[in-house]
Design a protein around this ligand. Structure first.
Ligand code: SAH
Ligand code: SF4
Length: 363
C-alpha cells in the first residue's frame, strides 16, 4: 500500500472530522470511525460495516489504515515480555515491546528508525539514524499492542477491561522508551500523544504516558512551555559533564548544567517530578561516590532515580552492576539524600527487549 496515502492514525479526532467534511461527508460519521479505529481496533476498512458504503469506498481510495505488519514476534522465557518487529509502509522496521509486569500492562514504543544520539551503550544508538516516525506510525504501535492484548487468551495480570465480547487485558500505559529520541521528533511525538490521550479512544491519560529523553534541552523547555501532560524521564547516567559526555555524545551539545537548569524550570513550572534514569555500569558510574554525586546534583529537585543495570549490546563491552552494589547505591540515595529510587527489573533480556537493546538488523 502506498505510503503517500493519508494515514488515518496520523489524525486527531478534530482533523478526522475536518477530513470527512472535506470529502463531502456528514461529520456525524467521525465518532463511528474513531470508535472503529481506537475502541474496536479494526484492522481494515472492511471491518467497519456500520460506516456507509460510500464513506468506506472513499477511505479505500484516498486513505489507508496504517496497520503495522508483524515481521517477527518473540516471547521472553519468563512470559512477561513480548517483542514485535514491525514493518513500516516503506519497509523500514522498528521494534515495540509489550511488558506485563509490576501489575501493569505497558507498551514500550519507538519514535524513530534508529537514533542519531549515539549513546555508547545503546543498541539503537549503535545502529545510527534512519528517519523519524510519523505520528501515525507511533500511534499504530500502541494500537498493535492493544489489539494483541485484546486477542490474547492469557489471564489478565492486571486491570481487566471488557469491550464487547473480548476479555483480554487493556493497554494501560505507554512509555516512549523504545528506539529513538522522542524530543528529536517533537511534533510527531506530541501529535501521537494527543491521539493516544483522547478519551473517546485509547484514553491513555497523562499519568499513563512517560517520555524518556537523552536530555534535549530545547525539547524539555518546549514541553514546559506547552505544559504537556505526561511524565518526563531524563537519562542522566553521570553527574559530571565529562563523565556524561563519555557515555552520551549529546551531552556535548546540551551540557549538564544547561540540562539541569531546564529540568529545574520544568519541575518549577509544571509542579511535576522528573524520573532520572541511570544505567548502572560496573566500575564506571556505580560507586558510593557516584551515588553521592547524584544525590548532590538532584538536591532540592522533585526527583526519583530509576537505576537500570546495563543490558548487553553488541557494541559495548561494559558489565552491569551487581545486585548488591545496586542496592548499596540505592541505600545511599535514600539514607543520605532522601532521594527515592527503583532498580529496574531485568526482564526480556533473553530476547534483547530490555532498555537500550532495541535494534533491527540490516535488511
Ligand atoms: N532516547 C531516549 C529513550 C530511549 S532509551 C533516552 O535515551 O532516554 C530508554 C532508556 O534506556 C534510557 O534511559 C537509556 O539511557 C537506557 N539504555 C540505553 N541503552 C541501555 C543499555 N544497554 N542498558 C540499560 N539501559 C540502557
Ligand atoms: Fe538514542 Fe536513547 Fe539510545 Fe541514546 S539511549 S542512542 S538517545 S535511544
Amino acid at each position: 500500500m502506498s505510503a503517500t496515502l493519508l494515514n488515518l492514525y496520523d489524525l486527531t479526532h478534530e482533523e478526522l472530522r475536518v477530513q470527512l467534511v472535506r470529502w463531502g461527508f456528514n461529520p456525524f460519521h467521525t465518532a463511528r470511525l474513531w470508535n472503529y479505529l481506537y475502541i474496536e481496533l479494526a484492522d481494515s476498512f472492511d471491518a467497519m460495516p456500520e460506516l456507509p458504503a460510500k464513506v468506506r469506498a472513499r477511505l479505500a481510495t484516498d486513505a489507508r489504515l496504517g496497520v503495522l505488519a508483524t515481521a517477527l514476534e518473540t516471547d521472553s522465557s519468563d512470559g512477561f515480555t513480548r517483542k514485535y518487529l514491525l514493518s513500516l509502509a516503506d519497509q523500514e522496521r522498528i521494534e515495540t515491546v509489550l511488558m506485563r509486569y509490576t501489575g501493569r500492562v505497558t507498551a514500550c514504543i519507538s519514535s524513530q528508525v534508529g537514533c542519531a544520539m549515539g549513546c555508547v551503550f545503546c543498541a539503537t544508538g549503535q545502529m545510527g539514524y534512519t528517519r523519524h516516525l510519523t505520528p501515525g506510525e507511533i500511534v499504530a504501535q500502541a494500537v498493535h499492542v492493544a489489539r494483541a492484548l485484546r486477542q490474547s487468551t492469557q489471564p489478565p495480570h492486571s486491570q481487566c477491561h471488557v469491550i464487547g465480547d473480548t476479555s483480554g487485558p487493556r493497554l494501560r500505559n505507554v512509555v516512549l522508551m523504545g528506539m529513538g529520541e522522542p524530543l528529536h521528533n517533537y511534533d510527531a511525538v506530541m501529535q501521537a500523544v494527543d491521539i493516544l490521550r483522547d478519551e473517546r479512544g485509547l484514553a491513555l491519560g497523562s499519568e499513563r504516558i512517560t517520555l524518556s529523553t537523552v536530555g534535549v534541552v530545547p525539547g524539555i523547555l518546549r514541553l514546559t512551555k506547552e505544559k504537556r501532560p505526561l511524565h518526563l524521564a531524563v537519562s542522566l547516567h553521570a553527574a559530571t559533564q565529562a563523565g556524561r559526555a563519555a557515555l552520551v555524545p549529546a551531552a556535548k551539545k546540551w551540557p549538564l548544567d544547561e540540562l539541569m537548569a531546564a529540568c529545574r524550570t520544568y519541575s518549577e513550572t509544571t509542579g511535576r517530578r522528573i524520573f532520572y534514569e541511570w544505567t548502572l555500569i560496573e566500575g564506571q558510574n556505580d560507586s558510593a561516590d557516584h551515588a553521592r554525586a547524584v544525590g548532590r546534583l538532584l538536591h532540592g529537585l522533585p526527583a526519583q532515580v530509576n537505576l537500570i543495570p546495563l543490558n548487553p549490546t553488541a557494541g559495548y563491552a561494559g558489565s552491569p552492576t551487581r545486585t548488591d552494589a545496586a542496592r548499596h547505591f540505592q541505600h545511599i540515595l535514600q539514607e543520605e539524600f532522601k532521594l527515592p529510587s527503583t532498580v529496574r527489573q531485568r526482564r526480556g533480556i533473553d530476547i534483547a527487549a530490555g532498555c537500550g537493546q532495541l535494534a533491527v538488523a540490516e535488511k
